[in-house]
Design a protein. Sequence first.
Length: 393
Amino acid sequence: MKEMKNVYLDNAATTPIDPQVVEAMIPYLQNHFGNPSSSHSFGRKVKTAIETSRRKISKMLNCNPAEICFTSGGTEADNLALKASIFDLGCTHIITSAIEHSAVIKTAERLADEGKIRLSLVRLTENGHVDLAHLAELLDTPDKTLVTLMHANNEIANVLPLQQVSDLCRANGALFHSDTVQTMGHIPFDLQALDIDFITCAAHKFHGPKGTGFLYVNKNLKINSMIIGGGQERSLRGGTENIYGIVGLAKALELAYEDVEGHRNHVLGLKMYMKDSLQKMIPDVKFNGDCVNENSLYTVLNVNFPPNPNGGMLLFLLDLEGVAASGGSACSSGAAKGSHVLEGINAMEPGRASIRFSFSRFTEKADIDHALAAVGKVLGVKQTETEKVTHGS
Ligand SMILES: Cc1ncc(COP(=O)(O)O)c(C=O)c1O
């Protein structure tokens, strides 16, 4: 029996590891097993690999190597930024939004519940952008404030104007953290040009290994570790380092930034192709968030489908057709958990299901064609003969 084609369109959740990244990691899995804190040659060998990785990363981001603190990924880096701002830097007020990643919003809510901070949620515009005028109002307070707003939303792809938010924070003496997990490796950063206190990274979002990432900590800040132990990471994070993870992270970032424009053009082309094709197939299809290219991350397309008998089961039925995407469903069947992001932008219309399709530099046009055919089949929408020919499905 012919094996069914399986396409992966859930790259905002995680990406396949690049074989070149695996290759770079293998010597540290197989041979170089020393503990980087050991002073003998085995230890020095791996310590050098960590410091070389740190230097490579800092060069790509135009920052100081000492500003990179390796972590177990995005969640830990977000936690460290928020907690250090409260416990080490004296913030008593956090401004964030309702559509942040759980690593930020749940941490902020916990800190508020424990009475450590006052929590303010900035208003969002109709299509899910931060209302900058409201942010300015919230910043007008004598309380020492941390603003934590993500660079690109992982569900709806809206991009925050980092420079404008940085300007507002600086004008009001606030600290600024941005969860850049979805943009790191996809959008270049110049941390000499951008005045920001913390940004976060997770390697598995750009073809690196899982369980590794970093927090950029501006050199002007003095923070303490959240994980207390042997003083690793310049006393910012105790625990023996994930050496192969760190080596893989640096290699993945290098590959991502080697031809970031080329990757962007390829992936954006696929996103626009899918968007246009869906609009032709399903006239009353909508897209969640702001789909205008400059304001939207090119790797994510969040589709809002019109009512359909199969709408509530869409994600499951697409999976059966060999299409892996992600929910954010309208929850009409009770089968999938609702999305706090779609709820936060009032995009949960009864009967309409939402699916996030997300792409990477390894996604091909044939994958999109397969997904379009699967959507057509599941929703009972016929693709016209001309569409089939142009799509080649
Ligand atoms: C925006 C954002 N922040 C943080 C995270 C968490 O990163 P990690 O999986 O490395 O803990 C993710 C991943 O799902 C994310 O998309």
